[in-house]
Design a protein around this ligand. Sequence first.
Ligand SMILES: NC(=O)c1ccc[n+]([C@@H]2O[C@H](COP(=O)([O-])OP(=O)(O)OC[C@H]3O[C@@H](n4cnc5c(N)ncnc54)[C@H](OP(=O)(O)O)[C@@H]3O)[C@@H](O)[C@H]2O)c1
Length: 254
Amino acid sequence: MSRLDNKVAIITGASSGIGRAAALLFARQGARLVLSARGRERLDAVAADVRAAGGAAIAVPGDVSDEAHHRALVDAAQAEFGGLDIAFNNAGTTGPIGPLPALAAADWQAVLDVNLTSAFLAAKYQLPALEARGGGAVVFTSTFVGYTAGFPGLAAYAASKSGLIGLVQVLASEYGQRGVRVNALLPGATDTPMGRAVANTPEAREFIAGLNAFKRIAAPEEIAQAALFLCSDASSFTTGTAMLADGGVSINRV
Ligand SMILES: NC(=O)c1ccc[n+]([C@@H]2O[C@H](COP(=O)([O-])OP(=O)(O)OC[C@H]3O[C@@H](n4cnc5c(N)ncnc54)[C@H](OP(=O)(O)O)[C@@H]3O)[C@@H](O)[C@H]2O)c1
């Protein structure tokens, strides 16, 4: 028996990095997938990889800051696979990196739209679908940045991602008795296109790796395993958490 047998999952940000690794892992664990990202080509390629490995996946391209996209994802889960059990809301953006006074208000708003308003919109459509199914799991990808560690140049990113943790706490308490668990996953530095854009020189990479207890950057597959835990019944008594998978950045002092 695999850990996600008979489950239907939405994964956003599924065309790259952590989301792609989660798509491949969740499919191996038996889940049928509705995959989201803006770029159709890379998303179709991930869906094809899942199917080539014997899994089931459809690609629904769109922008997570667009309300209609969340409705379309839930509709696709119900139409293609009969319902929704899991939502791994993982798409995100750092936005421009730099000192706050240099940040344009429009860029601040765009980061909040993609990282935080998207979560509200996702929940708005996912929660009724999960409830109709008798329960399920929602996970939002947050970050250690702005939660357990400051990080210069990432004000909008930190503010939007820590906003997810407040949202998770409210939704977890609202939906606990309705069988829906809601959690935030807080990765540390991970080797993805986004991670490489932040750690964009050998010196930056060494500095960022040095922040954690292992002195290395995570592979996306390691974060996908943490997402699998939160999305599966293995975490049946876990809700409302901000679960760190950060290599110990938050406790490391040497
Ligand atoms: N990498 C790290 O070090 C790290 C650490 C902590 C937390 N995180 C978080 O982990 C999550 C995944 O990041 P990653 O490192 O795997 O990044 P990534 O490899 O750059 O992947 C980002 C994914 O999100 C999609 N995406 C971006 N903006 C979107 C939008 N507006 N609408 C829909 N899809 C969008 C991208 O596809 P398209 O561009 O085609 O839309 C892509 O599939 C993010 O929420 C990030 O904040 C990452």
